[in-house]
Write a protein that binds this ligand. Structure first.
Ligand SMILES: CCC/C=C/C=C/C(=O)SCCNC(=O)CCNC(=O)[C@H](O)C(C)(C)COP(=O)(O)OP(=O)(O)OC[C@H]1O[C@@H](n2cnc3c(N)ncnc32)[C@H](O)[C@@H]1OP(=O)(O)O
Length: 313
């Protein structure tokens, strides 16, 4: 580890650090000015600041209901973000009056209510394929190595809860409420809430209560049970808070940030021994990054992370 005595040699070795600049992966979909030129119909994708991508649910007239296009566009969007070296952190929010009203009840008929197949086995097989595809819509958020901050205002219903539980950091406004609504439309939530919510809020009793009764949970309870980490008075304040937080994350080493997300997700699903083993294998490569020496040197020189330039990842 770096000490004050070996710092001079660190400085020398840093001069040879390769700095790799890659072109943006989003040239056709995002302007540097932050205007969305996204080809998606249900999502708006912009870059509000360096290294920060903003993905917005963008069907405000339908209360951001999750249409068939949404379920596949999310996968394309997050797969692009995952390999976009210009993006280090994502903010996810909803346009208009509220975050989301959940699955599009008008648009779900053909996929879910009238699945194709010549007999029961084939119908079941097709339904399984549909459900698995819908699950991927939110799993891509978790698989994306860039941290995702979700900012919820107003209602977050049904599929909205599935979505936010796959995100890394949850913020909301005072007027936000959350509803595991699926039982009310005759189904067991099947795209992530039942699997992820127990890990997010800890209390299995509360999860069962919410999922079995579909009662609304308001922002104060969401904060006290740990579903969200911060509550803001209104959307404007929340988006400013999200942007500030994203700026803090984007300023850190992307090697450290992405390794932290990946290992947090891995450790959630594995025991301590397995998690430590995975971590050791992860860091036996990642500790060789130049970012470690750059960051350590900056810390000793009492510089903040924003004063250090890290190569793109
Ligand atoms: C394998 C599948 C896995 C996924 C499962 C997911 C399940 C779920 O998500 S269950 C939850 C389903 N959602 C709902 O039950 C919510 C229904 N909507 C509402 O309760 C209200 O719209 C809401 C409280 C969200 C907002 O009320 P507000 O008064 O502000 O707006 P409205 O006048 O009701 O709606 C405005 C237009 O939006 C359309 N719309 C709203 N929600 C949906 C929706 N979920 N699906 C389709 N369309 C929706 C509404 O019809 C209005 O349209 P228009 O009449 O054309 O103006």
């Amino acid at each position: 580890p770096p000490t004050s005595s070996n710092l001079p040699s660190l400085k020398v070795s840093l001069r040879g650090c390769p700095v790799i600049f890659r072109s943006a992966m989003f040239p056709a979909t995002m302007s540097s000015a932050g205007d969305s030129t996204s080809s998606f119909t249900t999502l708006s994708v912009t870059r509000p600041a360096d290294s920060i991508t903003h993905v917005e649910l963008n069907r405000p007239e339908k209360r951001n209901a999750m249409s068939r296009a949404f379920w596949s566009e999310m996968v394309d969007c997050f797969n692009e973000i995952a390999v976009d070296a210009e993006c280090r952190v994502v903010i996810f929010s909803g346009a208009g009056k509220l975050f989301t009203s959940g699955i599009d009840l008008m648009d779900m008929a053909s996929d879910i209510l009238q699945p194709e197949g010549d007999d029961q086995a084939r119908v079941s097989w097709n339904l399984r394929r549909v459900i698995t595809k819908y699950q991927e819509t939110f799993s891509v958020i978790e698989k994306c190595p860039k941290p995702v901050i979700v900012a919820v205002h107003g209602p977050c219903i049904g599929g909205g809860v599935d979505l936010i539980t796959a995100c890394d950091i949850r913020l909301c406004t005072q007027d936000a409420w959350f509803q595991v609504k699926e039982v009310d439309i005759g189904l067991a939530a099947d795209v992530g809430t039942l699997q992820r919510l127990p890990n997010v809020i800890g209390s299995r009793s509360l999860v069962s209560e919410l999922a079995l009764t579909a009662r609304k949970m308001y922002s104060d309870e969401a904060k006290s049970c740990g579903l969200v980490s911060r509550v803001f008075p209104d959307k404007e304040a929340m988006m400013a808070g999200a942007l500030e937080m994203a700026g803090e994350i984007a300023a850190r080493s992307p090697v450290a940030v992405q390794g932290t997300k990946i290992n947090l997700v891995y450790s959630r699903d594995h025991g301590v021994t397995e998690g430590l083993n995975y971590m050791a294998t992860w860091n036996m490569s990642m500790l060789q990054t130049h970012d470690l020496m750059k960051s350590a040197q900056a810390a000793i020189e009492k510089k903040g992370p924003k004063e250090v330039i890290f190569s793109k990842l």
